[in-house]
Every structure is written in C-alpha cells, then in structure tokens.
Design a protein around this ligand. Structure first.
Ligand code: MCN
Length: 786
C-alpha cells in the first residue's frame, strides 16, 4: 500500500468510537416509533386477556361491547377461525391460539379484541365482554406437568398425549459413563435459572393498514426481523408476499422479545382486513410482561467427572424447561431446547452427554429469547456454576481449576464435546488479564483477613464462549435453516453512499457501525454514508437481528458488497489513470499507479466516473449487493470477575468491583462495544440480584408490572472496569465476532459465584437466582441451599 492512505480512525472506520448517529434523533425526541404512526381514519385495537391460568370457555357474550358507541369490531376466536386464523403455527413446529376458543391456557392469554374509534372506547368495550369460564386445575411447574393424573394442557389439535413438549439427548452416553467410572471425584449440582422477561422499554405494537382498493397490506410494527415477519404473515394469513410491506421504524429495545409474531399482530392485521381501515394496537406493560416471549425457566441436574489433580473428564446433565402453554418461540434449531449443548465449548472436556425435556405448563409461552439465548444463556450460567462447584469440591482454587481446563491457544480450531467447532481465542490470556486487573491474589489475602472478623467477602469468576452469528453451518447441521444475510450498497456520483441492510437495529447502533465497515473497505468517510434498514420494500432480504448475528453475518455481507464496489472502482481507476488494472494499487480511499504513488484517483472520483466517464462496454453506476452465508459461527470469549461483600445480618450483598475482559475479535466501534457489554452486565446484575417472574399456585403471574418486576436503575447498578483482547475470527472478512449478548450470558455466574464464594465458610453450595436478601440470609444462617 502507498503512504497517502486516509487515517481510518479519523474518517470513522474500524476502531473509531464515533458517536452513535442514531442518538441525534433519539435525544431530540425525533425518533419515530410505532406509537408515533398515525394514519387517516385509523382505528384502535385493545385485547381482552384471560384472568385465569387454566379454564374451559363456556361462552363469550360480546353483545354489550358491540352496543358501545364508537365500537367498530369485536373479534373472537370463532370469527378468526372462519379465516383459518384462530390458531397460528409457531417456529417450533407447534401451534398457538391467536384468540382462545376452547380453553384458556395461561393468565393473560388473548381471548378477544375490540376495534374502536379510540383506545379508551376499545378498552371499555373489552371490559363489557362477558366470558363464562369453567376453572380447571392449573399446572405451574414441570413436576406437576408429569405427575400422575395431571390434566392435559394441550387437549387440542396438537395431538399431545401428555404435557411433554419435547425430549432429546445429545452426546456420547457410553463414553461419558466410562469416563465417570474412572473419576476420582464426581461433583453434583442442581440449579434453576428463573423465568425472566426481556422487558424492552417499548412494548409490542403495530399499525396494520390493509388497503382494500390495492390489496396492499402495510404493517408498521416493532420487530427485530421484518423480512421474516413478511414471510410469516404471507404464509399465516395467506396473503401475497409482494403485496405485504413490513416497516419496523425505530425500535425501543428488543432483547429477543421482538423476534416472534404474537397473536396481537395477527389480530391487528385481521382487524384491518375486516374493517378496511388502518388499525393501531399498542400493548401495555402487563400485556407485554404476561404474554410475550419470556426467557429461561430451566432446571438442571448436573454431574462432572474429575481427577484429583483438577482435570475434567466428562460432564453429564439433564435439563428441564418450563415452556408454558405453547411451544411458541422462535427456535430454528435441530434440537428443540436450542443450543444448550454449546456448553463447555471453552473447556477441554473430552466427552459429555445431555438429556433434555420441555414441559407444557399453564404459564405464558416462550422461553427462548432474552439476550440471547436459544438456551445458550442458561448453558453458560450452568457451566460456570458447575465449574465453581467442582473447584470447591476438589478444594482447588477456582482460577487454577479454570487454568487447567480452559482450551489453550494451540488447540484452535477446537471441537467441543457436543460437536461445535470454535474458531479462535486466547482464553488463558483473558483470564490472566482479569485476575491481574482485579488483584486476585491480594483479594484472597484480604478475604482471609475479613473472614477472621466475621465479614463475608467473595470473588466469583465466569469464563465463557458462545456461538454468535447464527448462520448456516455446513460442517454440522446445528441450525435447521439457512441463516445468511445481505447488504446492498449504492455509491452516488459525488461519492456519498447508501447502505441498505436486512438486519434491524433496536438500539445496537447499526446505523453507526455498519457505515464504519464501508469506510474501512472503501475509505468513504462514515459521515458520507447512511444506513437504511427496517422497511421490506426498500431493503434486501435479511434474517433479522438476534443471536448477536448482525456483525458476524450482515456485517460480513456489508464488507463483501463494499469489496464488489471496490473491484468495479478499480476498473474505473485504471480507465481514468490510463493504465492496466494490474498496475493499480489500493490504499484507503484511493487507487494509484504502482511505482508512481502520486498518480492516483480517489474513490469519489471513481464514483463520478461510474456515472459520467466509464470505459467502453462497462455498465454505468456503482451499486451492488451481496449475500453472505457464513461458514461457521463466531466464538467470542469473556472473562468476568466480581468481588462482593455479603452482610450476614441482612443478606444484602454489594458488588465491590466488577472486571470484564471481552474478546469479540476486531472491534468496529470500541465505544459501542463497551456500551453493549455494560448493558449486558447490567441485565446480568438484574438477573442475579432482583429480576424474576414467578407464578403462584393458582397460576397468577407475579411480576406482571414494574412494581413487582424489577429493573435496576443507575443507582444500584455497579460500575464496570472493562478490558479487551482482540483475536480476529479467521473466517470473518474483517475479523469481527458478535458481542451483543456476551455480558448478559456470562455475567450472572460471576455475581452468583462471588456470593457463593463469600458464603463458603457457611457450607452453602447453591442459592438459586435471584439472590434476594431473604434467600441469602436464610442460607447464611442455616448453611442450607435455597
Ligand atoms: N460491534 C462492534 N464490533 C464487534 C462486534 C459488534 O462494533 N466486534 C457492534 C455492532 O456493529 C453493533 C453492536 O456492536 O452495532 C452489536 O453487535 P452484534 O454483537 O453483532 O449484535 P447485534 O447487532 O446482532 O445485536 C443483537 C444483540 C442481541 S441478540 C440482543 S438480545 C440485544 C443486543 O444485541 N438487544 C439489544 N444489544 C441490545 N442493545 C440495545 N440497546 N437494545 C437491544 O434490544
């Protein structure tokens, strides 16, 4: 390369912490969310939800609702059934009721909806609907689901004979049994990862606009995957796909909650078709918390086979999930529990065996998405709790135990015990940076001193990798569907560019970072590039944003399309410089003649030539698209270390320090990466400390509003000290790996391990999350697990 290349960081390329371009409109109140969409003649929809967890519907009387002035439509499941829409397919090959017809199966289930001139009339009319229920005994946990005589929840066309949604096994059972037979020590642990909810600031909502003159359906909705939704709407509602336009405007957070198509969306679309008017539906907090995709709710019985000198010989576990009433959420995986078998990917574990079962219960359906996880989040939490328990059982220092088992640098690409192939990493280096940063050895001395005074100090470590960037893996069929992504790039005559992507930002800052990838490839300043997304009529097909797949997949497509543009620009440069293409060299922002560095043309000059001075035979214009089908997932690594002090009098615990070392390969925008990590660590803190949804024995949801379901504020959130290691992904065009979920996935175990470490003198081995003060106090005073 020549010496006149532009300074990449200065023009907003890779490594530039340029401020998020999105923020300019957000902080000025100029964001545009679904709630802001107002169309002429628009009507408003409200949903009537079930107050009971399990009940037969004897009758639904809508006459009083119809009689209220301003009511335009009262929709029941019976009416939806006439359009074959009372039930809809889920991505888990199950079906879910759109509006209940036979039974209600969870509290908050959609029973009917009303369309009216304004939302208040619609709400009043919902209250006027009289539903006669015959209560049935509710099932509120997996044990009840399989107890003898348990009522069948899915006595519908699903054909279920019991309450078991799925079961499978993975791994080498015989090899694992043989390894256990040779073990010096077997460490056991039973854990529960409680049900929690992604709780984005903006709830679900849509404005569905069916134009009965043109046959075109436009749906403004808050979705993480508009292109997938368009296909789903076409298939579910049997509407022609080319006449469907999904627009996801600004999205007020998703965290996995906005991947699925929920009944409310189907209702809004159907109501718009039936009334031939635009219909707006904006969900309230209770609706969102009680009926949309939750996260976790998974139990684990684990065993680890160990040698006395601290080598892991094998792992074996049984996982049970509480799926709720429908197996509803997006799980594009061969194994229906998702990617729980990605566990132990960062440890050198020769063999393992997992059995898994999921149960139907009378609770809200979902159970997959919440930063991440397709069950990866649970897998990593369980893994790290097991690692700490194993170290304790061996009487070995937890850092040393990790050192003896983490995959070494020379083992990549590394085949995990359950069949994945990890791409790259420097796990021991990350661990060491974390230990040095927290002052591990000094802390152990301080801890020993404090214990003599009855003070409970603890240190917890979590080291994890996870499969990020859901994509088509040719080598092993983990993902059942192909998960490519795409990008389209147009460079205008003056060298300004428009990048269109099928991914959908919900706060991650794609409009900022995806421009940076183009800058890196073409040398066009990031400020000269706009990134468009979220409108299926105007962006290329994409699989959406979840599983931290945008950078690994859509980011790669962006780099690839920019390279196509550069290849054409090179031809233009040769033409302008009157040399052969082989004599043209590239440096950031400019082509020059080999051996005559001063003779060059900028990318902007090439762009102008593409529209005004192209060589004979060349098609005009400078635009292209690229589809990227990743050869593998990317495997970031993180080491999180927390120190805590537990107050034995109250059970309250405080985080003293929190150190994070993340390796997500090449960082496009270091500031945004740090923001993602801090956000994830905040959610991890919430899960470990305060946040959970539970149901009482009658199936009433506790945690259906933000008085009961707690989100941490800046006041209680600890400060985070962040460090980085960069191990590029060998198969990603710019070496980047995903990062969006790492901290939420790996963080919880660091906090919990720290509290458990503090309580070690009491003999307690486990407290299930969240570590509420009463649980901690009880454990500390009785020495018993909670
Ligand atoms: N990035 C980077 N360098 C890297 C990796 C990522 O600069 N090596 C940048 C990306 O370009 C992007 C951001 O970091 O701007 C996150 O990138 P990535 O890891 O690819 O994840 P996605 O963009 O696919 O986002 C999904 C991920 C998930 S799965 C959830 S859930 C989640 C999360 O991101 N939901 C979020 N972060 C969120 N952040 C906000 N504010 N709101 C949500 O709903």
């Amino acid at each position: 390369a020549g010496s006149r290349a532009l300074d990449e960081v200065k023009i907003g390329g890779l490594g530039s912490s340029r401020p998020r371009v999105e923020d300019a409109r957000f902080i000025r109140g100029r964001g545009n969310y679904v709630e802001d969409v107002t169309l002429p003649g628009m009507l408003h929809m409200e949903i009537l939800r079930s107050p009971l967890a399990h009940a037969r519907i004897k009758s639904i009387d809508t006459s009083a609702a119809w009689a209220i002035p301003g009511v335009k439509l009262v929709l029941t499941g019976e009416m939806a059934a006439q359009r074959n829409l009372a039930w809809m397919p889920t991505l888990s090959y199950d079906t879910q009721a759109v509006l209940a017809t036979d039974k209600v199966r969870f509290q908050g289930q959609e029973v009917a909806c009303v369309v009216a001139e304004d939302p208040y009339i619609a709400k009043d009319a919902c209250d006027a609907i009289v539903v006669e229920y015959e209560a049935l005994p509710p099932i509120v946990n997996p044990e009840q689901a399989v107890a003898p005589g348990a009522p069948l929840i899915r006595d519908d066309k699903s054909g279920q004979a019991d309450n078991i949604a799925y079961q499978w096994e993975v791994g080498d059972k015989d090899g694992t049994d043989a390894a256990f037979a040779k073990a010096d020590v077997v460490s056991k642990l039973r854990l529960h990862y409680p049900r929690s909810h992604p709780s984005p600031i903006e709830n679900c909502g849509a404005v569905a606009d069916f134009n009965n003159a043109t046959g075109k359906l436009t749906v403004y909705m808050t979705s993480q995957a508009p292109h997938i939704v368009r296909a789903a709407v076409a298939l579910i509602a049997e509407l022609p796909e080319h006449l469907i336009r999904i627009i996801s405007p600004d999205v007020g957070g998703g965290f996995g909650n906005k991947v699925p198509v929920y009944p409310g969306y189907v209702c809004a679309i159907l109501c718009s078709i039936l009334t031939a008017k635009p219909v707006k539906w904006i969900e309230d907090n209770t609706g969102n918390l009680s009926s949309t995709g939750f996260g976790r709710d998974m139990y684990l019985d684990s065993e680890m086979a160990l040698t006395n000198d601290g080598k892991i010989l094998a792992v074996r576990y049984h996982a049970t999930t509480d799926q709720g009433a429908f197996f509803a959420d997006a799980q594009p995986t061969k194994f229906k529990i998702g990617l729980v078998h990605s566990s132990f990917a960062c440890y050198d574990v020769p063999v393992g065996h997992i059995t898994a079962q999921g149960m139907y219960t009378n609770k809200a359906p979902g159970g997959v998405a919440y930063r991440c996880s397709f069950r990866v989040t649970e897998a990593m939490f369980f893994q790290e709790r097991m690692i700490q328990a194993a170290a304790d059982d061996l009487g070995m220092d937890q850092a040393e135990f990790r050192r003896r088992n983490l995959v070494r640098d020379d083992q990549f690409p590394y085949r995990t015990p359950f069949g994945f192939l990890t791409d790259s990493g420097q796990y021991l280096k990350c661990l060491q940076i974390g230990l040095d940063a927290i002052g591990y050895d000094d802390f152990l001395v301080e801890q020993a001193e404090a214990r003599k005074q009855g003070r409970l100090l603890g240190i917890g470590i979590s080291t994890m990798t996870e499969p990020l960037g859901a994509g088509n893996s040719r080598e092993y069929d983990i993902l059942g569907i192909k998960m490519f992504d795409s990008a389209e790039l147009r460079v205008h005559p003056t060298g300004k560019a428009v990048l269109k992507i099928g991914a959908q930002t919900q706060g991650q800052g794609h409009e900022t970072t995806f421009a940076q990838i183009v800058t890196h490839e073409l040398g066009i300043p990031a400020t000269d590039i706009v990134v468009e997304h979220g409108d299926t009529d105007h962006t290329p097909f994409g699989m959406g944003t979840y599983a931290s797949r945008s950078t690994p997949v859509a980011g790669a497509a962006t780099a690839m399309v920019a390279r196509k543009i550069r290849a054409k620009a090179r031809k233009l440069a040769a033409h302008l410089l009157e040399v052969s293409e082989e004599d043209v060299e590239w440096e950031l922002g400019r082509f020059f003649v080999r051996g005559a560095e001063s003779r060059g043309v900028t990318i902007q000059e090439c762009a102008m030539a593409a529209y005004s001075n192209m060589p004979d035979g060349m098609e005009p214009g400078l635009e292209n698209n690229a589809y990227y089908d990743p050869p593998n997932l990317t495997w970031p690594f993180a080491c999180y270390i927390a120190t805590v002090e537990v107050d034995p009098e109250t059970g309250v615990w405080d985080v003293l320090r929190f150190v994070g070392v993340d390796d997500c390969g090449v960082r496009i925008n270091p500031m945004i990466v740090e923001g993602q990590i801090m956000g994830g660590l905040t959610e991890a803190y919430a899960m470990s400390n305060m946040q959970f949804q539970t149901y009482d024995a009658d199936g009433n949801l506790v945690g259906a509003n933000y008085m009961d379901y707690l989100l941490p504020t800046a006041w209680e959130t600890p400060g985070f000290e962040l460090h980085e290691v960069v191990t590029p992904s060998p198969h990603h065009p710019i070496g980047a790996k995903g990062v969006g979920e790492c901290a939420a996935v790996g963080g919880p175990a660091a906090y919990v391990n720290a509290v458990m470490n503090a309580l070690r003198p009491t003999g307690v081995r486990n407290i299930d999350m969240p570590l509420l003060p009463d649980r901690v106090w009880h454990a500390a005073h009785t020495g018993q697990d909670v």
